[in-house]
Design a protein around this ligand. Structure first.
Ligand SMILES: C[C@H](O)[C@H](O)[C@H]1CNC2=NC(N)=NC(=O)C2=N1
Length: 98
């Protein structure tokens, strides 16, 4: 999968499929409240496994049962298709825990 930065048009198209995500400059973020702290940790564990498989890692903020994920591709200095792929996987992990 490409680690090239997405252009504005590619990014707009990709973000149209990710309504829960907010663009903040060169990153996208999603905050989600889970049912409990153990559920939040299970989501983080599932995401960690997928991030390893993808060799692409989110910044994760854990506050009791609220998780914030921040995605960017450090090596590219911006957003790439890896961030879009990981965002969809995180959406799926959150849905599965709901
Ligand atoms: C060598 C390895 O591919 C790199 O260090 C990877 C690991 N995970 C990564 N994760 C993220 N979010 N950005 C990167 O640039 C990155 N680089």
């Amino acid at each position: 999968m490409s680690r090239d930065r997405l252009n504005e048009e590619q990014l707009a198209n990709a973000l149209a499929e990710l309504p829960e995500w907010t663009r903040t400059g060169d990153a996208i973020t999603r905050t989600a409240e889970t049912a409990s702290f153990p559920t939040a940790i299970k989501v983080v564990d599932a995401v960690a496994e997928q991030a390893e498989a993808l060799d692409h890692h989110p910044d994760i903020d854990i506050r009791w049962r609220t998780l914030t994920f921040l995605l960017t591709t450090h090596s590219a200095g911006g957003l790439t298709s890896l961030d879009i792929t990981l965002a969809h996987l995180i959406d799926r992990a959150l849905d599965a825990a709901a």
